[in-house]
Design a protein around this ligand. Structure first.
Ligand code: NDP
Length: 317
């Protein structure tokens, strides 16, 4: 039998994916090393492939410690934690899992939107803590109407378009902001993010992460959104100026926020935990059995294809 290619796994992956990797490859897990840096300095030369996730990525330092590295296969579509310039400079192929997760991430964006507008998590707490029986239904504050509302989408890529299609079913008025208008989109493009925020009842953020979108959602955008409107972020924590968001929420300068991602995961600003006008999720936008399994399959298929013919099914350019 042919020798199995040596793969370094960075971070923990879905158990089924770890099993599939073990069946096909000679896998070492960086998490198992007592000292990751020392391990890479000593063994890095062996690895031709890396399996990682959007949460962990691969740093330039790690890439430099693996001189034989040819391919990086990433679980997730966002590659902001992978040092792409370092990979590109070495001609290392990078694969990710686009499109497969569009539906579930869009569903989560809508779950957050409905939850924050209708205050369903807060209402659930109202029932559980006995307040319904004690105070009655009319003591629970009224929610805000979603159907027919104004939806501003920041980032109209694969997932943003899927969110827009969901919104059609809610008869929402849709506008979007990207750096360039999207050729095949029928919704109005808003070149000014501040103007989009001023117009919107709901501002859903679904751009890529990384330096190009760092703190795109700043205090000015939040003030334009205003005290009657909501922010939903399912992209990356880095896209939002988090201290500015916390201040806007605490001071009720925006109506509320539904957040799947944070600046310093898994840590969430303590002020947010005390607020009722936020819904907080632990970065689970794609986390369904169906989608996570399909993503795992793509991570394996990308590696298998690469070691068969040097190409990837879904390659990051
Ligand atoms: P795409 O590359 O298809 O779309 C990205 C969109 O962002 C494009 O419309 C792009 O338009 C826009 N964009 C990029 N930079 C800017 C900018 N500076 N200002 C305004 N718009 C910008 O990506 P996907 O839709 O597949 O995924 C989007 C992101 O969602 C991923 O990169 C990932 O970070 C995040 N994600 C989060 C998940 C979660 O678990 N919460 C799960 C999956 C993805 P243009 O270039 O014209 O500006």
């Amino acid at each position: 039998a042919a020798v199995k290619p040596a793969i370094l796994q960075i971070g923990s992956l879905l158990p089924v994916l770890e099993n599939w990797l073990d069946e096909r490859y000679s896998v070492s897990r960086l998490d198992d090393a007592p000292d990751a840096k020392a391990f890479l300095a000593e063994q890095g030369g062996r690895f031709v492939g890396v399996a990682t996730s959007a949460l962990y990525g691969v740093s330039a330092e790690q890439i430099a410690a693996m001189p034989a590295l040819k391919v990086i296969s990433c679980f997730g579509v966002g590659v902001d934690k992978i040092d792409l310039p370092a990979a590109r400079a070495r001609g290392i192929a990078v694969g990710n899992t686009p499109d497969i997760l569009n539906d579930c991430v869009a569903d989560t964006a809508f779950a957050l939107l409905l939850d924050i507008a209708r205050a369903t998590p807060e209402a659930d707490r109202y029932v559980r803590t006995g307040l319904w029986a004690e105070r009655g239904q009319n003591s629970f504050h009224l929610g805000r109407r979603v159907s027919g509302g104004r939806l501003g989408i920041v980032g109209l890529g694969r997932i943003g378009k899927t969110i827009a299609r969901r919104a059609l079913g809610f008869d929402m008025d849709i506008r979007y902001h990207t750096r360039r208008p999207v050729a095949d989109a029928t919704w109005p493009h808003e070149p000014s993010l501040v103007e989009l925020a001023r117009w919107a009842d709901f501002l859903v953020v679904i751009t890529a992460g990384g330096p190009g979108t760092l703190h795109l959602i700043n205090a000015e955008v939040l003030d334009a959104l205003g005290p009657r409107s909501f922010l939903i972020n399912v992209s990356r924590g880095s896209v939002v100026d988090e201290p500015a968001l916390v201040r806007a929420l605490v001071e009720r300068r925006i109506a509320g926020a539904g957040l799947d991602v944070f600046a310093n995961e898994p840590f969430v600003p303590a002020e947010l935990l005390a607020l009722d006008n936020v819904v907080l999720l632990p970065h689970i936008a794609s986390a369904t059995e169906e989608t996570r399994r399909a993503m795992a399959q793509r991570v394996i298929d990308n590696l298998d294809r690469f070691f068969a013919d040097g190409t990837l099914i879904t390659r990051v350019d």
